[in-house]
Design a protein around this ligand. Structure first.
Ligand SMILES: [Zn+2]
Length: 531
């Protein structure tokens, strides 16, 4: 209530009202006061958060803002390969000594010491069995070796090749294989599809020590790294240890990441992917557009919340359809995913039993277009507000006791996105301020624009034994599924059947294909190989 009064007053003083809104739009988002943060003269940034679950333990993550997208055609897989080399010899940890050293401190490799490489990052993780200065120094010594003092010796590189190739073979479950194939085809004009983090067999076999040195010296510079520490310890002491262990790195400007070259989806097309071991069929309507960049102001955050309400409401509608048995699919998922510096991917997807994908695609198209053309009701938006606020209140209650791994994951995600982490209470306060002013019209308009399927990719991921279409057939079916005109009578969440009928009568007669597409997709993770 106080917030509303403040906003009202501001609007009166700054009339016209638009001026008041614009001013608050530019207001920077607050930063979590529980964090201790800093940047060393070398450019290395650190984020420290005291946290007592579990008690007596401290985790250190070293986030290197470079992953497979920074590779070249001849060094595919080197970001992940280098991640392995971090455990194979450095100034203070000769080859073969890292694992025994940390085991002697009580750590288990894989559980307390790990790393992962994704498209846009390589992150090293260490969980120490205590928060003493001595332990922190040992852990930080290893991390600072990783950051700047790896040996990258040819014999160790050669003996690791087989391990990487083995990992490449072992990781390829049906889901992964299908996801790789889709990723390879999402943006053929770009390098995206040729930069899967696991790499290619020929380059895994051929990369040389010089390739490693080149990659390492270009991307592993302090200004491109963040040390994240979460645990039961004294933040001031941790900051001292970081300053001590990481001083002396090369001071160079943050390297500019390679241009991936993803273009907005310009024409409709279809992607059909099959695998003999898939047990479910999935269809999606997906679209790529330029990334928006980090969300740093209240106005940008508000736009994100508006989008989130639309997605929440759409998903809830679809869940109700599924529960009532009115649609062919068993699950749906709408999402907007920002790949920092690369793209925004907008997807509406559905999955279900093999043999039903044609009906699934049709029902998905109808559900999506119904939401786009007729919008959401005030009642639906009010339900979303209540649910989103309840979530945020729950997050405030859980904040102090949630597992540190979650805290680390969230901080790491914020680092990846280039945003300042906020506390749960700050997020709640902001939602309390923003939600009352967000209208059904606004949410509906934003959803309609975001999920426009006029230029979209229709993606089918099917068991090999399913009724597999040609891509031309899928494209025709996809276009037909989203060819729902506005003159279709509005429906309520309980009248999907009526909507189907009217869609049929209008879609072909109208002859105007809705020029918008929305996107679908599977969960294509950004963090791929582990270990
Ligand atoms: Zn690995």
């Amino acid at each position: 209530m106080r917030t509303l009064l403040v906003r009202l007053t501001a609007a009166l003083l700054l009339s016209p009202v638009a001026a008041g809104v614009a001013a608050s739009d530019e207001e920077p988002l607050p930063a979590d006061p529980a964090l201790v943060t800093g940047t060393l003269p070398s450019g290395l940034t650190y984020i420290i958060r005291p946290h007592k679950n579990p008690e007596g333990r401290v985790s250190i993550w070293l986030h290197v803002a470079s992953g497979s997208l920074n590779e070249t055609d001849t060094t595919r897989g080197i970001a992940h390969f280098l991640e392995h080399m971090a455990f194979n010899g450095s100034a203070n940890f000769p080859a073969g000594s890292v694992v025994p050293f940390f085991q002697s401190l009580g750590l288990a490799f894989g559980r307390d010491q790990n790393a992962f490489t994704g498209f846009d990052q390589t992150t090293y993780q260490l969980t120490l069995p205590g928060g003493s200065r001595g332990l922190l120094e040992k852990g930080m010594l290893f991390m600072s070796d990783v950051a700047g003092r790896l040996a990258l010796a040819t014999p160790e590189i050669d003996s690791e090749r087989q391990i990487i190739l083995e990992e490449k073979r072992a990781r390829a479950g049906a889901r992964q294989r299908v996801q790789d194939q889709v990723n390879e085809r999402l943006a053929p004009e770009s390098t995206l599809g040729r930069r899967l983090p696991i790499g290619a067999e020929e380059t895994i076999k051929s990369v040389t020590r010089q390739d490693f040195v080149d990659y390492y010296s270009r991307w592993y510079v302090p200004s491109n790294m963040t040390v994240i520490v979460v645990g039961d310890t004294d933040p001031a002491m941790v900051a001292e240890v970081i300053t001590q262990q990481f001083s002396g790195g090369r001071t160079v400007a943050t390297p500019t990441r390679r241009d991936v070259g993803v273009k907005s989806t310009a024409t409709s097309r279809a992607i059909v992917v099959t695998d003999p071991e898939l047990t479910r069929a999935e269809v999606s309507i997906a679209r790529l557009e330029p990334p928006r960049g980090p969300v740093t102001t209240v106005g940008q955050r508000r736009r994100e919340v508006v989008e989130r309400i639309g997605i929440w409401t759409f998903d809830r509608r679809m869940s109700a359809e599924i529960a009532a048995g009115r649609v062919a699919f068993l699950e749906t998922d709408a999402s907007v995913e920002e790949w920092p510096g690369t793209m925004r991917m907008i997807t509406a997807g559905a999955s279900g039993r093999p043999g039903t994908w044609r009906a699934m695609l049709k029902d998905l198209g109808i559900g999506l277009q119904r939401a786009r053309l007729h919008g959401f009701t005030d009642r639906e938006i009010q339900d979303a507000r209540v649910a989103i606020l309840a979530d945020a209140e729950d997050a405030v209650r859980r904040e102090a006791t949630r597992p540190s791994r979650e805290v680390l994951r969230d901080l790491n995600r914020d680092v990846t996105r280039g945003v300042r982490p906020m506390s749960a209470a700050q997020k709640l306060t902001l939602l309390q301020r923003l939600l009352p002013g967000i209208t059904a019209r606004e949410v509906s308009d934003a959803f309609a624009a975001t999920f426009d399927p006029s230029r979209a990719m229709f993606i089918a991921e099917l068991p090999a034994t399913d009724d597999v279409p040609s891509e031309a057939d899928l494209l025709a079916l996809g276009r037909s599924a989203v060819a729902v005109s506005r003159s279709t009578s509005p429906t309520t969440a309980t009248s999907m059947g009526a909507s189907v009928t009217s869609r049929r009568s209008h879609a072909c007669a109208a002859g105007r294909v809705m020029a918008r597409t929305c996107s679908t997709v599977n969960d294509w993770g950004r963090t791929s190989p582990r270990g």
